[in-house]
Design a protein around this ligand. Structure first.
Ligand code: SF4
Length: 195
């Protein structure tokens, strides 16, 4: 059962969605665009389905009332110490991916009660992984973005992204309709949607 407390905890993957485009997260949160309740599905368990094989952990669920975050780390390297690995499609990564990884590192250090100063981003497109040092900038961005997400409400829809290329890849584009709005509300949307 999801409690009020659960709803106050921000899912780490939402940080990435918000930083990609706040409007996209709005649709994911309030419009049931994936045919399920985003929070009910992602917010329910802790340390469920955890398994360990040959220096790797899979699927570690963590939550922290102190950080007001929760999330599932899909993969952790455990050779010398536990290190989160966030896997991404494509051949490049962006600040939003780093911030998501940083939040997993923060959750893990809260759980272990010891510092977690780096994580890995693995890119399927290049078959390489990149060591990311978790800096104060990352930590502040996690906190600031989580606060912004908590302030979101059904009544306040965020504006379109400034980057039209994001819209071309966005799974909520049929709800958002940035291109149609550009045609219908020229004054409002042209500037916002143009790359
Ligand atoms: S279609 Fe574009 S403006 Fe709309 S939610 Fe997606 S990225 Fe944001």
């Amino acid at each position: 059962m999801t409690t009020e407390e659960d709803l106050d905890l921000v899912n780490v993957s939402d940080l990435n969605q918000y930083l990609y485009c706040p409007r996209r997260l709005y649709y994911l949160m309030f419009y049931n665009t994936q045919g399920l309740n985003y929070y009910l599905v992602d917010g329910r368990s802790k340390h469920a389905n955890q398994s360990r094989r040959g220096g790797w952990y899979r699927e570690m669920y963590l939550r922290s009332e102190r950080l007001r975050l929760h999330g599932k780390i899909d993969l952790l390297e455990s050779k010398t110490r536990l290190t989160p690995v966030e896997r991404k499609h494509g051949d490049s990564y962006f600040d939003n991916d780093e911030v998501q990884l940083a939040a997993y590192c923060m959750l893990l250090e809260d759980y272990l009660d010891e510092p977690v100063r780096m994580g890995y981003l693995y890119l399927f497109g290049t078959n390489e992984r990149y060591a990311i040092e978790i800096t104060d900038w990352h930590r502040e961005k996690v906190v600031e973005t989580a606060e912004a997400i908590r302030r979101m409400s059904l009544e306040r829809i965020p504006d379109f992204t400034d980057n039209a290329k994001k819209c071309e890849k966005c799974s909520t584009v049929q709800y958002c309709m940035p291109f149609e709005t550009r045609m219908l509300e020229k004054d409002r949307a042209v500037r916002k949607v143009r790359a």
